[in-house]
Design a protein around this ligand. Structure first.
Ligand SMILES: [Zn+2]
Length: 97
């Protein structure tokens, strides 16, 4: 006995189809940057360095983590692939569904 299957491609729900994820520390970093009062590039850079140090990254020895990394659920493609029984796929195509 065999069963006919249809290949189904769906958007990855973890990365919402982007193929990458943003390291969570960057959300806090950007919130901090939006709130600082510095105007000059040197002041801004000093504030950035201070923030990273305060959050456990010594910039002399260790760079901040990469801002984005490939999504582990879809291997960076943004798509998930699966199989659907043919009869189920045909039912999904019926009007009103
Ligand atoms: Zn993904």
């Amino acid at each position: 006995m065999s069963e006919l299957l249809v290949i189904e491609k769906t958007m990855c729900d973890r990365c919402e189809g982007e193929g990458y994820l943003t390291h969570p520390v960057y959300q806090a970093f950007y919130e901090y940057l939006a709130g600082i009062d510095a105007q000059q590039p040197a002041e801004i850079n000093a504030a950035k360095e201070a923030w990273w140090r305060k959050n456990g990254y010594d910039l002399d020895d260790e760079n901040p983590p990469e801002e984005t990394y490939p999504c582990t659920k879809c291997q960076g493609t943004g798509d998930l692939w699966g199989y659907v029984p043919l009869h189920e796929a045909m039912q999904r195509q019926l009007p009103g569904r």
